[in-house]
Design a protein around this ligand. Structure first.
Ligand SMILES: *Cc1c(COP(=O)(O)O)cnc(C)c1O
Length: 220
Protein backbone atom coordinates (compact mmCIF):
# COMPACT_ATOMS: atom_id res chain seq x y z
CA UNK A 1 0.00 0.00 0.00
CA UNK A 2 1.09 3.56 -0.76
CA UNK A 3 2.59 5.24 2.36
CA UNK A 4 0.17 8.16 2.29
CA UNK A 5 -2.79 5.79 1.96
CA UNK A 6 -1.58 3.72 4.93
CA UNK A 7 -1.19 6.88 7.01
CA UNK A 8 -4.62 8.13 5.85
CA UNK A 9 -6.21 4.95 7.19
CA UNK A 10 -4.38 5.36 10.49
CA UNK A 11 -5.60 8.96 10.80
CA UNK A 12 -9.18 7.85 10.02
CA UNK A 13 -8.95 5.19 12.76
CA UNK A 14 -7.60 7.74 15.22
CA UNK A 15 -10.43 10.16 14.39
CA UNK A 16 -13.01 7.40 14.92
CA UNK A 17 -11.46 6.54 18.31
CA UNK A 18 -11.33 10.19 19.34
CA UNK A 19 -15.00 10.61 18.38
CA UNK A 20 -15.94 7.59 20.51
CA UNK A 21 -13.87 8.72 23.49
CA UNK A 22 -15.40 12.20 23.35
CA UNK A 23 -18.92 10.74 23.18
CA UNK A 24 -19.37 12.27 19.73
CA UNK A 25 -21.35 10.63 16.92
CA UNK A 26 -19.40 8.49 14.48
CA UNK A 27 -18.65 10.65 11.44
CA UNK A 28 -19.14 13.90 13.39
CA UNK A 29 -15.66 15.08 12.37
CA UNK A 30 -14.64 15.83 8.78
CA UNK A 31 -11.04 15.11 7.82
CA UNK A 32 -9.54 17.87 5.67
CA UNK A 33 -6.40 16.35 4.11
CA UNK A 34 -3.90 19.20 3.73
CA UNK A 35 -2.01 18.64 0.48
CA UNK A 36 0.03 21.86 0.28
CA UNK A 37 3.48 21.40 -1.31
CA UNK A 38 2.48 17.94 -2.63
CA UNK A 39 1.85 17.47 -6.35
CA UNK A 40 -1.00 15.73 -8.16
CA UNK A 41 0.90 12.42 -8.30
CA UNK A 42 1.15 12.39 -4.51
CA UNK A 43 -2.50 13.39 -4.08
CA UNK A 44 -4.02 10.94 -6.59
CA UNK A 45 -3.64 7.76 -4.47
CA UNK A 46 -5.28 9.52 -1.52
CA UNK A 47 -8.24 10.43 -3.74
CA UNK A 48 -8.34 6.82 -4.99
CA UNK A 49 -8.50 5.68 -1.35
CA UNK A 50 -11.74 7.61 -1.00
CA UNK A 51 -10.62 10.90 0.57
CA UNK A 52 -12.67 13.75 -0.88
CA UNK A 53 -12.00 16.81 1.32
CA UNK A 54 -8.67 18.61 0.84
CA UNK A 55 -7.03 21.80 2.11
CA UNK A 56 -4.54 24.11 0.43
CA UNK A 57 -3.01 27.27 1.85
CA UNK A 58 -2.10 29.16 -1.34
CA UNK A 59 -4.52 30.11 -4.09
CA UNK A 60 -1.89 30.06 -6.80
CA UNK A 61 -0.46 26.66 -5.85
CA UNK A 62 -3.99 25.20 -5.71
CA UNK A 63 -4.77 26.59 -9.17
CA UNK A 64 -1.88 24.58 -10.56
CA UNK A 65 -3.19 21.18 -9.51
CA UNK A 66 -6.84 21.18 -8.42
CA UNK A 67 -8.79 22.16 -11.55
CA UNK A 68 -7.73 18.90 -13.26
CA UNK A 69 -8.22 16.77 -10.13
CA UNK A 70 -11.66 18.32 -9.56
CA UNK A 71 -12.62 17.75 -13.19
CA UNK A 72 -11.82 14.05 -12.73
CA UNK A 73 -13.68 13.77 -9.39
CA UNK A 74 -16.76 15.96 -9.23
CA UNK A 75 -17.37 15.35 -5.51
CA UNK A 76 -14.07 16.78 -4.26
CA UNK A 77 -14.43 19.57 -1.70
CA UNK A 78 -11.51 22.00 -1.60
CA UNK A 79 -10.82 24.24 1.42
CA UNK A 80 -8.66 27.37 1.43
CA UNK A 81 -6.89 27.36 4.82
CA UNK A 82 -4.20 30.01 4.18
CA UNK A 83 -4.35 33.81 4.14
CA UNK A 84 -6.42 35.34 1.36
CA UNK A 85 -5.26 38.54 -0.38
CA UNK A 86 -8.14 40.65 -1.64
CA UNK A 87 -6.68 40.63 -5.18
CA UNK A 88 -7.08 36.81 -5.15
CA UNK A 89 -10.75 36.79 -4.09
CA UNK A 90 -11.91 36.19 -7.64
CA UNK A 91 -9.73 33.08 -8.11
CA UNK A 92 -10.53 31.83 -4.60
CA UNK A 93 -14.30 32.01 -5.13
CA UNK A 94 -13.94 30.26 -8.49
CA UNK A 95 -11.83 27.35 -7.18
CA UNK A 96 -12.62 26.71 -3.51
CA UNK A 97 -15.73 25.15 -1.98
CA UNK A 98 -14.91 26.42 1.51
CA UNK A 99 -12.84 29.48 2.49
CA UNK A 100 -11.73 29.19 6.13
CA UNK A 101 -9.70 32.38 6.46
CA UNK A 102 -12.08 35.34 6.31
CA UNK A 103 -10.53 37.79 8.78
CA UNK A 104 -11.01 41.38 7.67
CA UNK A 105 -13.54 43.77 6.29
CA UNK A 106 -11.81 44.20 2.95
CA UNK A 107 -11.80 40.43 2.29
CA UNK A 108 -15.45 40.17 3.30
CA UNK A 109 -16.35 42.95 0.86
CA UNK A 110 -14.34 41.41 -2.00
CA UNK A 111 -15.81 37.96 -1.38
CA UNK A 112 -19.35 39.37 -1.37
CA UNK A 113 -18.67 41.10 -4.68
CA UNK A 114 -17.24 37.95 -6.31
CA UNK A 115 -20.00 35.70 -4.96
CA UNK A 116 -22.59 37.99 -6.54
CA UNK A 117 -20.63 38.29 -9.79
CA UNK A 118 -19.89 34.55 -10.20
CA UNK A 119 -23.18 33.25 -8.79
CA UNK A 120 -21.14 30.76 -6.77
CA UNK A 121 -20.93 30.89 -2.99
CA UNK A 122 -18.19 28.99 -1.15
CA UNK A 123 -19.01 28.18 2.47
CA UNK A 124 -17.15 30.58 4.77
CA UNK A 125 -15.36 30.45 8.13
CA UNK A 126 -13.87 33.32 10.11
CA UNK A 127 -10.29 32.76 11.27
CA UNK A 128 -9.69 33.76 14.88
CA UNK A 129 -6.21 34.61 16.19
CA UNK A 130 -6.86 32.91 19.54
CA UNK A 131 -3.35 33.66 20.81
CA UNK A 132 -3.52 37.33 19.74
CA UNK A 133 -0.16 36.82 18.01
CA UNK A 134 0.94 39.98 16.17
CA UNK A 135 2.33 38.12 13.13
CA UNK A 136 -0.64 35.78 12.72
CA UNK A 137 -3.74 36.18 10.56
CA UNK A 138 -7.20 36.08 12.11
CA UNK A 139 -9.50 38.43 13.98
CA UNK A 140 -8.82 39.14 17.62
CA UNK A 141 -10.98 36.92 19.87
CA UNK A 142 -12.62 40.02 21.38
CA UNK A 143 -13.71 41.14 17.91
CA UNK A 144 -14.89 37.76 16.63
CA UNK A 145 -18.62 37.99 17.31
CA UNK A 146 -18.87 41.57 16.05
CA UNK A 147 -16.95 40.63 12.89
CA UNK A 148 -19.20 37.63 12.20
CA UNK A 149 -22.23 39.91 12.58
CA UNK A 150 -20.75 42.53 10.25
CA UNK A 151 -20.06 39.86 7.61
CA UNK A 152 -23.75 38.96 7.74
CA UNK A 153 -25.34 42.40 8.18
CA UNK A 154 -23.08 44.58 6.03
CA UNK A 155 -21.87 42.11 3.40
CA UNK A 156 -24.67 39.53 3.30
CA UNK A 157 -22.19 36.69 3.92
CA UNK A 158 -23.36 33.56 5.74
CA UNK A 159 -20.54 32.51 8.05
CA UNK A 160 -20.69 28.82 8.89
CA UNK A 161 -17.98 28.46 11.52
CA UNK A 162 -14.70 29.53 13.08
CA UNK A 163 -11.14 28.37 12.44
CA UNK A 164 -7.95 28.77 14.50
CA UNK A 165 -4.24 27.93 14.45
CA UNK A 166 -3.00 27.96 18.07
CA UNK A 167 0.48 29.33 18.87
CA UNK A 168 3.07 26.62 18.13
CA UNK A 169 4.70 26.78 21.55
CA UNK A 170 1.57 26.58 23.71
CA UNK A 171 -0.77 23.87 24.89
CA UNK A 172 -3.53 24.07 22.23
CA UNK A 173 -6.32 22.98 24.63
CA UNK A 174 -7.21 26.47 25.93
CA UNK A 175 -7.22 27.79 22.36
CA UNK A 176 -9.62 25.07 21.23
CA UNK A 177 -11.83 25.80 24.25
CA UNK A 178 -11.82 29.52 23.43
CA UNK A 179 -12.79 28.90 19.79
CA UNK A 180 -15.65 26.62 20.90
CA UNK A 181 -16.92 29.30 23.30
CA UNK A 182 -16.73 32.05 20.66
CA UNK A 183 -18.61 29.89 18.14
CA UNK A 184 -21.32 29.18 20.69
CA UNK A 185 -21.65 32.90 21.46
CA UNK A 186 -21.87 33.75 17.77
CA UNK A 187 -24.39 30.95 17.12
CA UNK A 188 -22.06 29.04 14.76
CA UNK A 189 -21.93 25.25 14.53
CA UNK A 190 -18.68 24.52 12.72
CA UNK A 191 -15.24 24.47 14.30
CA UNK A 192 -12.11 23.93 12.16
CA UNK A 193 -9.31 23.18 14.60
CA UNK A 194 -6.61 20.58 15.12
CA UNK A 195 -3.65 19.62 12.89
CA UNK A 196 -1.32 16.59 12.71
CA UNK A 197 0.04 17.04 16.23
CA UNK A 198 -3.21 17.73 18.05
CA UNK A 199 -6.28 16.68 16.05
CA UNK A 200 -7.42 14.12 18.63
CA UNK A 201 -7.33 16.76 21.36
CA UNK A 202 -9.25 19.16 19.09
CA UNK A 203 -11.95 16.49 18.64
CA UNK A 204 -12.30 16.25 22.44
CA UNK A 205 -12.89 20.04 22.45
CA UNK A 206 -15.60 19.82 19.77
CA UNK A 207 -13.82 20.20 16.41
CA UNK A 208 -16.19 19.46 13.52
CA UNK A 209 -13.28 19.38 11.07
CA UNK A 210 -9.55 18.75 11.50
CA UNK A 211 -6.85 19.86 9.04
CA UNK A 212 -4.22 17.13 8.80
CA UNK A 213 -1.24 17.39 6.46
CA UNK A 214 2.07 15.80 7.40
CA UNK A 215 0.47 12.88 9.29
CA UNK A 216 -0.97 11.81 5.92
CA UNK A 217 1.35 13.07 3.20
CA UNK A 218 4.60 12.96 5.18
CA UNK A 219 7.08 15.68 6.12
CA UNK A 220 7.15 18.84 4.00
C1 LIG B 1 -0.22 23.25 6.85
C2 LIG B 1 -1.47 23.54 7.61
C3 LIG B 1 -2.13 22.50 8.31
C4 LIG B 1 -1.62 21.08 8.38
O1 LIG B 1 -0.48 21.03 9.18
P1 LIG B 1 0.16 19.61 9.61
O2 LIG B 1 0.88 19.93 10.87
O3 LIG B 1 1.03 19.19 8.50
O4 LIG B 1 -0.98 18.69 9.84
C5 LIG B 1 -3.29 22.82 8.97
N1 LIG B 1 -3.80 24.08 8.96
C6 LIG B 1 -3.20 25.09 8.30
C7 LIG B 1 -3.81 26.43 8.33
C8 LIG B 1 -2.01 24.85 7.61
O5 LIG B 1 -1.43 25.87 6.95
Amino acid sequence: MNDAVARLEQVRDNIASAEREAGRASGAVTLVAVSKTFDSDAIAPVIEAGQRVFGENRVQEAQGKWPALKAAHADIELHLIGPLQSNKAKEAVALFDVIETVDREKIAAELAKEIARQGKAPRLYVQVNTGSEPQKAGVDPREATAFVNRCRDMHGLAIEGLMCIPPVDENPGPHFALLEKLAREAGLEKLSMGMSSDYELAIAFGATSVRVGSAIFGAR
